[in-house]
Design a protein around this ligand. Structure first.
Ligand SMILES: [Zn+2]
Length: 488
């Protein structure tokens, strides 16, 4: 790991009162461990560890869900007071699991096993500790807590020292990008893809990322960003457990699924300029109505993405798209503005956003190109002027097939042991939402993700809900996976 000593030194930045909090937390954690270790014996030797992987994990998710910067709802942004308190608490849990902990120069919290092969390539497991505004308690937290719980079980079984490679849990400081409108500040820094200019990004009140880092005693220089970056050669792979944030697993009646990739994304802004006029005097056939034109364009996009097979040929031999390439294609118009926005005026200007996502980058680019052609053609027919601006493009991140297979086997094996009766193959899903795994795929090609079923597919909402038994299943699947890295 690059400059571990420097990262360790940032741990000492914690002031006296926080250090005291840790001591008390560790003491309480130790008391808790003894109780749980007795509890784990009640598993009857079936190695399911419900006391740790379910009961304690769920209790920790609930505790973390109460740590907020806001009254009455959950909100934790990059290095906010709530995030610092959450970091302290997660650190105590990492130490309880037998991990060595430190906070790096971007505020990411690390907990690492102390194995004999300390210099071997490291297995990283992570998720984020920040949240959106009025968030649910599982998004991010679930992945961190499941990883800590699985490692705690290994510690109790005396297997932590037998891991033949170091395992490191990372709680990323920023994934959602709520405050600075820039996602993955934490994981991008570790992956080495965060440019130094990111330090100068400011929030709505003009406070920069650098200001916030310095308020929290971090150095916040170009050089300190380099210290955070990991050497790709030191990393074996990256695994992330996350709630699905969609309805597929619930519909299939399956608690867990493996992820084959994270969709690439294009964001456009379409500007439609027509002729502003009086709603009562301009005859219908003489109008250049930008609102009606925008409505037609939005329906065009919906049709294109709902029935892509009507526009694209599926022909493997001729090099056209396979059906799979366009499966999971999703397109959204989420924001629209109109000028002058009055009930008795034909709008002169309508702007709207377009978000297009697909797992196949070429397929996504073709959809963007086809939509653009249709926009210009329809705008000409309606005699309005249209411009399309590209606002954002992100390539898809593909999960490693071998690692995905390992996670799939671990999941099958965990679910077979569970008391509930679950049949069938572990579903393989695509992620339409971005995750830290996307940034980490720039550090290691060996990326794998496990999705956990959530009620109604709802996320980014206090309604977010995961069954306690599904939290247990996720922890058990991760434990099975980690077992593959233990000298038996
Ligand atoms: Zn998340």
């Amino acid at each position: 790991m690059a400059s571990l000593s420097r990262k360790l030194s940032s741990f000492s930045l914690l002031d006296g009162s926080r250090a005291l909090t840790f001591s008390v937390s560790i003491l309480l954690a130790s008391l808790l461990i003894s109780g749980l270790e007795v509890g784990s014996g009640e598993d009857g030797g079936d190695e399911l560890f419900p006391a740790i992987l379910r009961d304690e994990a769920v209790s920790r998710i609930n505790q973390l869900g109460k740590i907020s910067d806001a009254d009455g709802y959950l909100e934790r942004t990059f290095l906010s007071p709530g995030s610092i308190r959450a970091t302290d608490l997660i650190m105590s849990w990492m130490q309880d699991a037998g991990l060595k902990t430190w906070v790096d120069q971007m505020g990411n919290l690390h907990g690492r096993t102390d194995t004999v092969n300390a210099t071997a390539e490291t297995l990283l497991i992570g998720s984020h500790l920040d949240t959106v505004v009025d968030a649910g308690k599982y998004d991010g937290s679930l992945g961190i807590i499941c990883a800590i719980s699985a490692l705690k079980v290994l510690r109790i079984k005396g297997k932590l020292e037998k891991l033949y490679r170091p395992v490191e849990v990372i709680a990323f400081s920023d994934e959602e990008g709520v405050r600075f409108q820039s996602t993955f500040l934490g994981s991008a820094a570790i992956a080495g893809i965060l440019p130094p200019t990111a330090l100068q990004i400011s929030d709505k009140s003009g406070i920069t990322v650098q200001d916030v880092l310095r308020e929290n005693s971090f150095e916040a220089t170009d050089e300190s960003l380099v210290w955070v970056k990991y050497n790709p050669k030191s990393v074996w792979g990256y695994v992330e457990v996350h709630i699905e944030q969609g309805p597929v697993l619930e519909t299939l009646g399956y608690p867990l699924g493996v992820v084959k990739g994270i969709a690439g994304q294009t964001r456009l802004k379409v500007e439609v300029s027509g002729a502003q006029g009086h709603a009562g005097t301009v005859p219908m056939l003489m109008r250049q109505d930008s609102m009606a034109a925008a409505a037609e364009l939005i329906v065009t996009l919906e049709t294109l993405c709902k029935y892509p097979d009507k526009l694209f040929a599926y022909d493997e031999q001729c090099g056209f798209f396979e059906k799979e390439s366009l499966a999971g294609l999703v397109c959204t118009v989420g924001e629209i503005s109109c000028w002058p926005s009055a009930s008795n005026v034909i709008p002169g200007q309508v702007n709207f956003t377009v978000d297009i996502r697909a797992i196949d980058d070429e397929a996504r680019k073709s959809v963007v190109s086809e939509f653009s052609n249709q926009v210009y053609r329809k705008c000409e027919q309606r005699m309005v002027n249209c411009t399309i601006k590209h606002k954002h493009d992100a390539e898809a991140a593909h999960c490693d097939s071998e690692l995905t297979l390992q996670l799939k086997h671990a999941t099958s094996s965990a679910l077979r042991k569970m008391p509930s009766d679950i049949h069938g193959d572990v579903p393989i899903l695509m992620s339409g939402a971005g995750h830290d795994a996307m940034a980490m795929s720039h550090l290691t090609k060996q990326v794998g993700m496990l999705f956990v079923r959530c009620r109604g597919g709802i996320s980014h909402s206090p309604e977010e809900s995961v069954l306690d038994d599904d939290v247990w299943a996720a922890g058990l699947a991760l434990l099975q996976f980690l077992d593959q890295h233990v000298n038996q």
